[in-house]
Design a protein around this ligand. Structure first.
Ligand code: SF4
Length: 289
């Protein structure tokens, strides 16, 4: 079976920078003899993160027993403002791998909140980036995971609101959220442009690919929001979408359905998926389907 691979599949700039930082900090802590602790997974790729934890890097969401000589690395998704402040007060040596685009989104949200508006954030409530973004907008901020949820959020028609989105959300869905907010409040409200181009480019290419294929495989961490969104984009286009981390995740019925379609299979990957992981799935599909 022919595989059509998306050109944008794989690492974005923010992930590349974060991994370079992780590599540098790992080498440095090895040389200096201290521990390297990451505040949660640096990127959402369990296979790649397992490689680092097996070589001594500690992954901990809330380290309590920091020792002199420890280095703490902040993940690409960023961390809540108060967690970062407490960390800096602890005296730990901190390295920051927060993606520059996440930092830009946080600053824009912080400025709009300081000007007196209340945030309506389109994002996954439990995602670490979302927790970080919310921390820049005070207690009045509200989060919704789907434009439909905006219908039931408590909104005050007299208050000032602004919209923003988790960097990896879909532009089309965010635009629907804007329409729903305008319907609820009887007026349009400002929307910050916080969605990352890297995410948009991957989603656009998947949409284009869906015109050529009946099934599409997306490779990436099951905990990766942008990877999940690519599979959702394909499914919304009426294409059979399969999300895997490695060839071992294919179910026999997935392969049967891909084979039965008789068309080439599309292949894309999330922004935190290394090229070797994509190559492995491509080789498997070419041989197995
Ligand atoms: S998808 Fe965009 S925001 Fe997320 S890490 Fe990559 S460059 Fe940064």
């Amino acid at each position: 079976m022919r595989v059509i691979r998306a050109e944008t599949a794989g690492f974005c700039l923010g992930v590349s920078l974060a991994l370079q930082r992780l590599e540098r900090e790992h080498a440095l802590s090895g040389k200096l003899g201290g521990r390297l602790i990451t505040l949660g997974p640096v990127i959402h790729n369990p296979l790649l993160m397992a490689h680092y934890t097996q070589s001594g890097v500690i992954c901990d969401d809330a380290p309590r027993d920091l020792r002199p000589g420890d280095r703490v690395l902040i993940r690409a998704h960023g961390i809540p403002r108060e967690v970062e402040a407490a960390l800096r007060e602890s005296g730990a040596t901190i390295a920051d791998a927060t993606c520059p685009k996440v930092k830009k989104a946080r600053s824009a949200i912080g400025r709009a909140h300081a000007a007196g508006s209340m945030l309506l954030l389109f994002g996954e409530p439990d995602h670490p980036e979302v927790r970080g973004l919310l921390s820049y907008a005070g207690p009045s901020a509200q989060v919704f995971a789907d434009p439909e949820e905006l219908r039931s959020l408590p909104l005050d028609p007299q208050a000032d609101y602004f919209l923003a989105a988790q960097t990896t959300q879909s532009r089309a869905q965010f635009s629907r959220a804007g329409q729903e907010a305008a319907r609820r409040l009887g007026r349009e409200i400002p929307a910050l442009d916080t969605i990352c181009d890297a995410t948009g480019a991957r989603q656009r290419e998947v949409s284009e690919l869906c015109a050529e294929v009946a099934s599409l495989v997306v490779v990436g961490g099951f905990n990766s929001g942008n990877t999940k969104r690519l599979a959702e984009t394909a499914a919304a286009a009426g294409v059979f979408a399969v999300h895997v981390e490695s060839p071992a995740d294919f179910r026999p019925e997935d392969l049967r359905r891909i084979r039965a379609s008789g068309s080439p299979v599309g292949l894309s990957a999330g922004a935190s998926t290394p090229v070797e992981q994509i190559d492995a799935v491509q080789t498997f599909l070419e041989a197995a389907v």
